[in-house]
Design a protein around this ligand. Structure first.
Ligand code: 0X9
Ligand code: ZN
Length: 292
């Protein structure tokens, strides 16, 4: 992925550049592709695979990056923004899921609370510093929803939040790609008993994106908060983006499983393009409809 990003950035050097936003626990670079001219415009951030096993999220974002590069100069809805693309938000976990355990979810940090050293890793979507440690999180290092000792204990999460916080005035849209669930989710993730004051506007845009998805391959996404569709989960990235960084349009997408598989993480490669196309339609719809 990093080789591909580097070659794309050099092929499109007038509008693209590649930057490392820091290193992970195991020393891997986290590469963000910036698409846009040098002069900064309002920005859209998209990340994928904060959860290691959600490979389809990365593949989808790579497809979208390619399309954005091809269309940037000619599409005014795209080139009114600068784009920041992070296809692999948890590289240590991703590598582990490639080589050792396909269904690994967390990071690979050695946990101080794990005395035996048998339960590495923190859920990087429970590790953000907004309502940290509340609903839908665990203090047990062996749990798949282990939140970590403290907020931002995970280097990959810390690096992301530092970048996002520094650019919080520029970034208008935050989108995090996960799988799987076929859902377009709005904040808050930490509670189902309250919503942001501008929830109507966030839902309006989400519903337009939902229609854009449906128009490509006929897939129906649900729109709503994690608590209304799935479960409450505190310490997630989009809650922080909205609640602390003040990024107005903060969304989490749960991409879809394949048509006829049990389990939706390891879906066939033949699903990459259809998922890429419909999700790109959603992203372009968001870019078209947000007011910045
Ligand atoms: O549990 C999660 O982190 C997400 N689902 S997943 O199957 N990809 O693990 C849902 C996250 C919703 N966002 C927040 N609750 N912040
Ligand atoms: Zn996930």
């Amino acid at each position: 992925v990093n080789t591909w990003l580097a070659s794309k950035a050099s092929q499109h050097s007038t509008i693209a550049s590649l930057e490392s936003i820091g290193k992970t626990y195991e020393g891997r670079d986290m590469k963000v592709l910036k698409i846009g001219e040098a002069a900064n415009k309002p920005a859209i951030w998209i990340d994928a695979a904060l959860h290691a096993r959600e490979w389809i999220a990365s593949a989808t974002l790579i497809y979208i990056a390619d399309q954005l590069l091809n269309e940037y100069s000619s599409n005014a809805n795209i080139n009114k923004f600068t784009w920041y693309i992070l296809p692999i938000a948890n590289p240590d976990g991703y590598e582990y899921s490639y080589n050792y355990n396909r269904f690994w979810r967390k990071t690979r940090t050695r946990n101080a609370a794990d005395y035996r050293g048998t339960c590495p890793g923190v859920d990087p979507n429970r590790n953000w510093g907004f309502h940290f440690g509340e609903a839908g999180t665990s203090n047990n290092p062996c749990s798949d929803i282990y939140r970590g000792e403290t907020a931002f204990s995970e280097k990959c999460v810390f690096n992301m939040k530092t970048f996002l916080y520094n650019k919080r005035k520029q970034i208008k849209v935050y989108i995090s790609f996960h799988s799987y669930g076929q859902m377009f989710m709005t904040p808050w993730g930490y509670t189902h008993t309250s919503a942001p004051s501008d929830i109507r506007e966030l839902t309006r845009v989400a519903n337009l994106a939902k229609t854009a998805i449906k128009n490509v391959n006929g897939k129906s996404y649900s729109v709503g908060s994690p608590g209304s569709l799935l479960y409450d989960a505190a310490g997630g990235s989009f809650d922080w983006a909205k609640g602390v960084a003040g990024i107005k349009y903060a969304y989490t997408l749960e991409l879809r499983p394949a048509d006829n598989t049990s389990g939706g993480f390891a879906i066939p490669a033949s699903e990459i393009l259809p998922t890429g196309r419909e999700t790109y339609a959603a992203v372009k719809e968001v870019a078209k409809r947000v007011t910045v």
